[in-house]
Design a protein around this ligand. Sequence first.
Ligand code: PEP
Length: 257
Amino acid sequence: MNRRYRKTIIAGNWKMNKTPTEARALAETLKTRVARCKWCEVVLCVPFTDIVSLTRATKDCRISVGAQNLHQEESGAYTGEVSGKMLKDAGVKYVIIGHSERRQYAGESNELVARKVKAALTAGLRAIVCVGETLKERDMGVTNEVVALQVRSAFDSIPTTDELKKIVFAYEPVWAIGTGRNATPEQAAEVCTYIRTLIRKKYGARAARAVTIQYGGSMNADNARELLAQLDVDGGLIGGASLDPDSFAAIVQAANQ
Ligand code: PEP
């Protein structure tokens, strides 16, 4: 983390978990646990059906609500889809784009991810853009190439440094997501620093040093402090551990040190 230049953001990704009733209960507990954590932004990226109950439950606190996906078009005949405009109007601030589970199960390509980034920015949302290599790619020694392709393709939808201010990158090695096997702090730092180098080359040093780059992949209360101690790791995107208010609050507290 480097709070002098950029915001620390701890975001939970609930995936397909929690009903609206459960969401409200979790938020009520979490609120009291993170009330004193003023040094980092706390975001809960929740299923669409939880957004309304969560925006209500977090009205009087500093927890922001995020979504986990959006459609690339603003409106139209896209049965079952949700647009950025709808999310914005429902009180959503952040949206996760290009999570590896969507790349894998919904076939989202780098090109589609870029279109979704554009849709998020047009709607006035902040985008958490996920990038990361598979285990096979890491073993083949092509991590940087894979990540560079993903990051540069998102750049296509981020024309200026003004738009860049609305973007968070999340480095999420696919082999660490939901596996209980987190990247070492060194591995996480290496790729996060590389992502910042790519940003610097495209947008300049001043813009690059202000971008929040999260690490995600089996981050928990035990490993968060060490991961967040890395200079270019500005926060976390947390799946499993965000479903339990005590575990998630412990990560937020680690980010607040
Ligand atoms: C995620 O879903 O983005 C994630 C990092 O999951 P987990 O923390 O469970 O590995």
